[in-house]
Design a protein around this ligand. Structure first.
Ligand SMILES: NC(=O)C1=CN([C@@H]2O[C@H](COP(=O)(O)OP(=O)(O)OC[C@H]3O[C@@H](n4cnc5c(N)ncnc54)[C@H](OP(=O)(O)O)[C@@H]3O)[C@@H](O)[C@H]2O)[C@@H](O)CC1
Ligand SMILES: Nc1ncnc2c1ncn2[C@@H]1O[C@H](COP(=O)(O)OP(=O)(O)O)[C@@H](O)[C@H]1O
Ligand SMILES: [K+]
Length: 464
């Protein structure tokens, strides 16, 4: 059975299609199924309004002719704009079955982009780019089939500077990385997937699906639910915020440990332990550690980080810790490690660990290998990579998260989930992202990081 969460590269998609064609299917039968599935969505959304289909030269254009024919059969007024003749046998056959005229331009209600899909090899030439934009601008509702034309399926790059934004993108057969990567993701609008019978591909990447989180069992006590130590540093506020968030992440016991002397605005329900650096984490009941938020970047911070990592407890490194982390600090570790870099921190880590990838996706995967760790590369298009595990793409969360301190909240959540279930750090990272996104949704617009953390208890309801 194919899984609706699998993400395939163009090469994987072609191989999976070929496997079907080597069996009972033909390109035309797959195109018919893809076109029919897309036509269903378009028919419902167009609700009787006229539809314009822009058809390109490849099989994406072929899908367009199938869509045009099916919609016409259902009584929809359809116009086809075909700036280039079909070049594949299946697309030519689909054009012949459509049999209708083509027009040079059209304006109206619903626009369907079947110019290029996964076979786009280079940027659109200026005439095609103009036609695409003119047609998109001349219609109220815009729908892209498989991918918005101009987008590179594997990387999510936009090959042209000026591409239209769609209301809906209908992916065919399987998701491609571009459906979940910036900047392409910004053009897609809502996303829907049409099943055309593509099988489950071994080791395929995946988009994360909503998890089910268990509440505490009847016999739970604070230690059984996970003890998390947040190691504080030069700027204690960030550690307090992360600890606050961690309390909303499900761990039974959250405390802050620090070797500093700074006054800490610690709320009464967070335990504070002040100890010399060499006594940090001297408690065999600790399930997980968070270090980095507010740690500082000086030599003292570096010594604290080295001491913490040497304790070999399941650890989350965020923020300043990601600028201090060096390969020797990880030697001999066996416990789980999760790093949660934003783009700048990811670049710093890549430099420190000698990772040079061609593109973001490859670099994140290579970084996970180099660190033997889970890499939660956060941003509008968060990725979770771990050695030996399929790369996971998180669905987009509220863009209101782009405010200071929300990363500290995420780090607290990741550490909290890790304390609760240290045996599966990838799942811990994924669960944290879902709680974070749901809290952001509940917090609405223009929230602060503190308010985000305050919405975590309510966010749980979506996963119980
Ligand atoms: N395979 C299957 O079984 C099924 C596939 N399906 C569908 O097929 C789509 C993939 O089809 P595809 O591989 O034909 O690619 P597509 O995106 O239509 O375009 C490629 C053509 O455009 C050309 N070209 C490229 N860039 C260009 C540019 N900038 N400017 C101008 N020309 C350019 C390129 O030729 P080139 O010039 O590079 O030799 C080639 O002729 C996929 O997204 C899905 O919709 C479904 O029907 C299910 C079954
Ligand atoms: N445009 C966006 N859309 C969705 N989520 C975002 C966006 N920008 C940032 N985020 C999320 O907000 C958080 C920001 O973290 P980070 O950059 O570390 O901020 P800080 O260091 O101020 O806490 C991350 O979880 C990231 O995924
Ligand atoms: K398209």
């Amino acid at each position: 059975m194919p899984r609706p969460d699998q993400i395939l590269t163009v090469a994987q998609m072609r191989a999976a299609e070929q496997a079907l064609i080597d069996g009972e299917e033909t390109v035309s039968s797959l195109m018919e199924r893809a076109g029919a599935g897309a036509a269903d969505y378009i028919w419902r959304l167009s609700a009787g309004r006229p539809v314009t289909v822009l058809c390109g030269p490849g099989n994406n254009g072929g899908d367009g002719y199938v869509i045009a024919r099916i919609l016409r059969e259902r009584g929809v007024a359809v116009q086809v704009v075909a700036p280039l003749e079909p070049r594949t046998a299946a697309a030519r056959a689909a054009r012949a079955s459509w049999g209708g005229e083509t027009v040079a331009h059209s304006a109206g209600e619903v626009f369907v982009d079947c110019l290029f899909g996964s076979g786009l090899a280079r940027s659109l030439d200026p005439a095609l780019e103009r036609l695409l934009n003119d047609l998109a601008g001349a219609h109220r509702l815009r729908i892209a089939v498989d991918l918005p034309s101009g987008v590179d399926a594997d990387s999510g790059a936009c090959l042209n500077a000026d591409l239209p934004v769609f209301d809906l993108t209908i992916a065919l057969g399987a998701w491609k990385p571009a459906h979940w990567q910036m900047p392409a993701m910004e053009l897609m609008g809502a996303r829907r997937l049409v099943d055309i019978g593509i099988a489950q591909v071994a080791d395929a990447m995946r988009v994360s699906t909503r998890p089910h989180l268990a509440g505490p069992p009847m016999g739970a006590h604070k230690y059984s639910r996970g003890l998390l130590s947040v190691v504080g540093g030069a700027m204690p506020g960030a550690a307090v915020l992360a600890a606050r968030a961690a309390q909303g992440g499900g761990a039974g016991y959250v405390r802050i440990e620090t070797s500093g002397r700074e006054g800490l605005p610690v709320p009464p329900d967070i335990v504070l332990r002040r100890v010399p650096t060499e006594e940090l984490l001297h408690d065999r009941w600790i399930d997980a550690v968070l270090i980095g938020p507010g740690l500082g970047r000086g030599s003292e911070a570096q010594a604290i980080l080295a001491a913490v990592l040497e304790r070999d407890i399941p650890t989350v490194c965020d923020a300043d810790a990601l600028h201090l982390l060096e390969p020797p600090m990880l030697q001999g570790r066996t416990a789980a490690l999760i790093v949660t870099p934003h783009e700048g921190e990811r670049e710093a880590l890549s430099e420190a660990f000698g990772v040079v990838g061609d593109a973001r996706i490859e670099e994140v995967v290579e970084l996970a290998e180099a660190l033997s760790a889970v890499v939660l590369a956060k941003g509008p298009d968060t990725l979770i990579a771990a050695p030996g595990t399929p790369l996971t793409f998180m669905p987009p969360a509220s863009s209101w998260l782009s405010t200071a301190g929300t990363g500290d909240v995420l780090a607290g959540l990741v550490a909290s989930r890790l304390a609760a279930s240290a045996d599966d750090p990838v799942r811990a990272a994924e669960e944290a992202c879902w709680l974070h996104a749901e809290a952001a949704r509940l917090a609405g617009p223009a929230f602060s990081a503190g308010l985000l953390a305050a919405h975590l208890p309510q966010a749980w309801r979506a996963f119980l």
